[in-house]
Every structure is written in structure tokens, then in C-alpha cells.
Design a protein around this ligand. Structure first.
Ligand code: AGP
Length: 613
């Protein structure tokens, strides 16, 4: 997610915009930029820099914008989705005639066709981004009325946007529009600040208006008009912000981990948006640079990753083998390089890494490339080392993940792996109808996660009852086995409790010796084929006096005879049950850690990206 700030008023716009960008830096920080209008100028000036906001500030000071009273400015701090983090890809983007500058948060799904049409008409593009099409569309559609040009431009866009736009012909006006990406309007006295969240506004006013999807706001120094995209005026409530700034950067949540857990519906929606065709039962992943011919010839999939990404990879293994019948192995990335792996001629490696910088995973990529293997990357950070060195793959579009404990990246990795497996499966025996079933299942994910998040209070109550234990087991079968491993890791990381993930059937081969009333067992037993056997394992645990917390499917009342406590997930197809189950585990770990007073976002001894072997 990127950070957007726009200002119009009596103060120096660049000062307000840059200060606001500092507040938004947690949203993404690979590059940044500002646009302003020197007094009397016909062309908008843009200053951009790769890196953090302080790098942009230095560039602005070096350029020393022409003094004088210029009323309007916009700025942006980028979390790259399309195009590497470079100065040319940084926002704001400007039209060729310099009359328009725009900043954008979101994904324009149909940008390629718009870019192709405008290029044919002679417009010159300078970036690889999807966002730049907005600036050139405005130039094409502008006939003197700024707002009318914006309305017409929006009609061309498909996808998600939070936009803030300025026009040199109208230095007393700032326009913003929202669809799928948040835009907040700060109403000051004689000034208006527009931003992607309130943390950029709260220093100047506590009166804000939250735009709704489809809203367009036209702001001058004296008034704020809001209409719907059909130009019908609408009145939106002005509310008062009561948070302090520190709270606001976390969106009102106490920790980034909780914020990112709650971002998962939007993050998963972004991860699958524009990547499925229901009627064909197909996935569409343009970044892979593999067509059906190439995919049909892969005879083995090798997944390499670490930590949480490794557990996502284990889930992906089930997808590739169940959907596509494609032999798939999952490798601890650190082990892969040193064990001289056997790689067939038509193998394909999938390197999974949220940060795209994990040294062990990068080493596995390089070893696979030395052996002539095709390598794809599944990363969240655009332009990261693994993304660049694989040269092909799929970005998560999950937005920046600040908390050391990975949450939304995991669920987005699982969604993307299902999309990939669907693509390979449809070049094999999977029918269109079966493919549609997979697509329909994935389309349910954002809503499934929303429904789990609505049970957060129940999860917190159970978590607080178990917060004093020092040892846990997590058990599961099938898809629930990697989910058990991930749940144990989440709890370990943030609460410092010793937690082990185990295959439910394996417990009786030794670890059961550890059970007892001081060792609770989290048993993943949603409505999946292995549920009956897992219930038997739950009875074995109860017989050894271990408390059992069951994760089950709502409506399953019989499960209560096999456990001490139960937490429910909504009914869903087996292949996507991992996501709601792991969201429950994330909340369980979070609330146990909070009850124990742990630092949560920066656990001891850990780092967000392990760039050493
Ligand atoms: C996950 O909660 C941990 N922070 C850690 O296991 C992490 O998943 C692992 O270090 C891999 O990181 P990556 O996805 O950035 O490669």
C-alpha cells in the first residue's frame, strides 16, 4: 500500500506534504516524490527520489523550489506493485504537457490496454507503472474543465485506486477520487489536506471525512465538494479524530501485527484481483513469463523457502499434487544448496519469500539457476533481490508487512500458490468445470477471513485462558499439517512459549510422552477428510489430561465431545480451509502474547528479514 498526501491552502504545500509522507512511511518506503506549482508557472514541477522520505527531503532542498506563494501540492511514498523502485517509477506522474500530476494507491488492472492506446496516439510514457496512464488520460480528455476531465478519466479505469490530482490551469483546486483504496479528507480552516490515512492529517486538523468508493472530492482553500462518479453531490459525515499519531500509524490497532491480521481481507483481494477468469476456470499470472506450452512441460516442481514461507510452500505442495498431479517437493532453502539436490531437466523451482531478501532462499535460487533450472519467485516486495534474480514470478500485492511475525503474507502466499497450481492443472487433466470450482473457492477467501475476524473477541477470551502455559502442541493432517506448523511458529515467535507443530498421526510415535495437564494441544479438525482420525488423536490427548483447543467448522457440535475448548471457522471447501484456520491461529498467538505482555511487533532475537545464512 502506498502513502498519498495532497494539500491546498495558505501554507507551503511542500512542507505539509513532506511532513505527511513521514507519517505514512510505514505504508511503504521504496521511493517517494512531490509535485508543486511554482507561482505563475504553466507546468507542474516534480521532484522524486529512491529510498526513504529523508532522501526525498534532501532532493527537494537541493532543487530549492522557487519561493513564492504556491497553494497546492501532492506527494507519494511508494510500495511498488508494477515496476521496480526507481526514480522514474516513483510518483507523482506527470502528463506530457506538464499540466497534470497524479499520485495513486491501488492497482489499475487494465493499464496495459490503456497504455497501448495512448502510446499509439503519441503519448510518451517514462515509467513501467500502471499509475502513469492516469496522467496521460487526463491530458487526452481535458477540455478546460478539470473536474469533468477527472470524471471522464475514471470511467476508463478498472481495478482499485486512491488518487490525488493537481492541474496547472487550476492552481486553486485539488481533486481526489477513491475506489478500493482509502482516501481521507482533512478539513482545516482555509486549507484542505487529502491523504491515504489520517496519520498525515492529524497534525493540522482533527476534522476528517472518509470518502466512500466512487466518491470524488474537489477541494479549494475555502470549500470541499464531494460527488459520486455520476456527479451527483453527496454529503459525507465529518468526524473527529480522537487517536494520537502513534496509534494512527497503526490504523488504531495496538500493534502492526494485529493491523496486518485485520488487513487480510483486503490483502487477499489484492493478491487475487485480476488474476482469475471464472468462465474459463483459469488463473492469469502475467509475471510468470511461462505460457501453457511451457507449463505443460514442467515434470517436477521444487518449492524452496524458509519459516512461514516454507509452511506456505508445504500447502502449495498439496495444491500442485492434488490439482495438477505434478510431483512436488518442498525444500528447506538452507538445506537445498548444500545437499547437491537431484534436479530433473524439466524441473521448475518456486522460491517463496515475503521480503525477497532471505539469504538462504536466495542461495537456493542461485544454486537452482547454476543447475539450469527455471526459477519463479513469489515475493511481496517488488524489486527485491529474489524477485530480480528469478526474473519471473508473482508478486503478492499484500502491502508492506511491518510486524516481524508474518501474517497477511502467508495467507496471500497460499492464495497465489493456489492460482499457480490452477494454471498448471489446467494444462493437464483439470477440466474447465473443476477450474471454476477452484476459482469460486478462492473468491470466497476475503469474506471467509472477514467472518473469522468477527470472532476475534471469542478467540481473545480463549487465548487469555491459556496464556500462562509454557508448552503447546499444534496438530493436524493433510492441509492442516502445514497449518499446524505455522500456528506453532506464530505462537513461539510472539509469546516465547515453546510450541511444536506435529502431524496428528505422529504424536503417538513419541511426543505423546510429553502430554499432560500443563501441555495444551491445539487440534486442527475442520470438516476435511482427516477430521475423524484427528478426533481420535484428540481423545488420546484428553486421556493424557492435556487440555485440547479444537479448531472446527461452525455447526460441528459433535466436536465438543473431543475437546476442552473449540474455536470455529466458517464452512468452506477443504482446499482453502488453511486460510481461515491460520487466521484463527494468528489471533490466538497475538492475544496470548498480549496477555503475557510481550513486545509483539519486534520479538526478541528476531529480524523481519534474515539476510544472513
Ligand atoms: C515468520 O513469521 C518469520 N518472521 C520467519 O519465519 C519468516 O517467514 C522467514 O524468515 C522467511 O522470510 P521471507 O518470507 O521474507 O523469506
Amino acid at each position: 500500500m502506498c502513502g498519498i498526501v495532497g494539500y491546498i491552502g495558505h501554507r507551503d504545500p511542500l512542507e505539509i506534504v513532506i511532513s505527511g509522507l513521514h507519517r505514512l512511511e510505514y505504508r511503504g518506503y521504496d521511493s517517494a516524490g512531490v509535485a508543486y506549482l511554482p507561482d505563475g508557472a504553466q507546468q507542474i514541477e516534480v521532484i522524486r527520489a529512491v529510498g526513504k522520505i529523508k532522501d526525498l527531503e534532501r532532493a527537494v532542498q537541493q532543487k530549492a523550489p522557487v519561493p513564492g506563494i504556491h497553494h497546492v501540492g501532492i506527494g507519494h511514498t511508494r510500495w511498488a506493485t508494477h515496476g521496480a523502485p526507481t526514480e522514474l517509477n516513483a510518483h507523482p506522474h506527470r502528463s506530457n504537457n506538464g499540466k497534470f500530476a497524479i499520485v495513486h494507491n491501488g492497482i489499475i488492472e487494465n493499464y496495459s490496454e490503456i497504455k497501448r492506446r495512448l502510446t499509439e496516439k503519441g503519448y510518451v510514457f517514462s515509467s513501467e507503472t500502471d499509475s502513469e496512464v492516469v496522467a496521460h488520460l487526463l491530458e487526452e480528455l481535458y477540455e478546460g474543465d478539470f473536474r469533468a476531465a477527472v470524471v471522464r478519466m475514471l470511467e476508463h479505469l478498472q481495478g482499485a485506486y486512491g488518487l490525488c490530482i493537481m492541474c496547472s490551469d487550476h492552481p486553486d483546486m485539488l481533486i481526489a477520487a477513491r475506489k478500493g483504496s482509502p482516501i481521507v479528507v482533512g478539513v482545516g480552516s482555509g486549507e484542505t489536506i487529502i491523504a491515504s490515512d489520517v496519520s498525515a492529517i492529524v497534525n493540522y486538523t482533527n476534522r476528517v471525512i472518509y470518502l466512500k468508493d466512487g466518491d470524488i472530492v474537489t477541494a479549494t482553500t475555502s470549500e470541499v465538494d464531494i460527488t459520486e462518479c455520476n456527479s451527483m453531490p453527496v454529503s459525507r459525515e465529518t468526524s473527529e479524530i480522537e487517536w494520537d499519531v502513534e496509534q494512527i500509524e497503526k490504523g488504531g490497532f495496538d500493534h502492526f501485527m494485529l493491523k496486518e491480521i485485520h488487513e487480510q481481507p483486503e490483502a487477499i483481494a489484492n493478491a487475487i484481483r485480476g488474476r482469475m477468469i471464472l468462465e474459463d476456470g483459469m488463473s492469469v499470472l502475467s509475471g510468470m513469463q511461462m505460457d501453457a506450452f511451457d507449463m505443460a512441460r514442467v515434470d517436477r516442481m521444487i518449492i524452496a523457502a524458509c519459516g512461514t514461507s516454507y509452511y506456505a510452500g508445504m500447502t502449495g505442495q498439496y495444491f500442485f499434487e492434488e490439482f495438477a498431479g505434478l510431483p512436488t517437493g518442498v525444500e528447506q532453502a538452507a538445506e537445498f544448496r548444500y545437499r547437491n539436490p537431484v534436479i530433473q531437466r524439466d524441473s521448475c523451482m518456486l522460491a517463496i519469500s515475503q521480503s525477497g531478501e532471505t539469504a538462504d532462499t536466495l542461495a537456493a535460487v542461485r544454486e537452482a539457476k547454476r543447475k539450469g533450472t527455471r526459477v519463479l519467485g513469489i515475493c511481496n516486495v517488488v524489486g527485491s533481490t529474489i524477485a530480480r534474480e528469478t526474473g519471473a514470478g508473482v508478486y503478492l500485492h499484500a502491502g508492506p508487512e511491518i510486524s516481524v511475525a508474518s501474517t497477511k503474507a502467508f495467507t496471500c502466499q497460499v492464495a497465489v500458490l493456489a492460482l499457480l497450481a490452477l494454471g498448471f492443472a489446467r494444462t493437464r487433466r483439470m477440466s474447465m468445470e473443476e477450474g471454476r470450482h477452484i476459482v469460486e473457492g478462492l473468491q470466497q477467501l476475503p469474506d471467509l477471513v472477514r467472518r473469522v475476524l468477527e470472532t476475534a473477541e471469542t478467540i481473545r477470551e480463549v487465548a487469555e485462558r491459556y496464556a500462562s502455559y509454557e508448552n503447546f502442541f499444534f496438530i493436524g493432517r493433510g492441509y492442516m499439517y502445514p497449518a499446524a506448523l505455522e500456528g506453532a511458529l506464530k505462537l513461539k515467535e510472539v509469546s516465547y512459549i515453546h510450541a511444536e507443530g506435529y502431524h496428528a498421526a505422529e504424536l503417538k510415535h513419541g511426543p505423546i510422552a510429553l502430554l499432560g495437564e500443563q501441555v495444551p494441544v491445539v487440534a486442527l479438525a475442520p470438516d476435511t477428510p482427516g477430521k475423524g482420525k484427528t478426533q481420535g488423536n484428540m481423545q488420546e490427548c484428553l486421556a493424557r489430561k492435556s487440555p485440547v483447543i479444537a479448531l472446527a467448522t461452525e455447526g460441528d457440535e459433535e466436536i465438543r465431545t473431543h475437546c476442552t475448548d473449540v474455536l470455529f471457522i466458517p464452512k468452506c471447501p477443504e482446499f482453502i480451509a488453511t486460510v481461515p484456520v491460520v487466521v484463527v491461529e494468528q489471533l490466538l498467538a497475538y492475544y496470548i502474547a498480549r496477555a503475557r505482555g510481550c513486545p509483539i511487533d519486534q520479538p526478541r532475537n528476531l529480524a523481519k528479514s534474515v539476510t544472513v545464512e
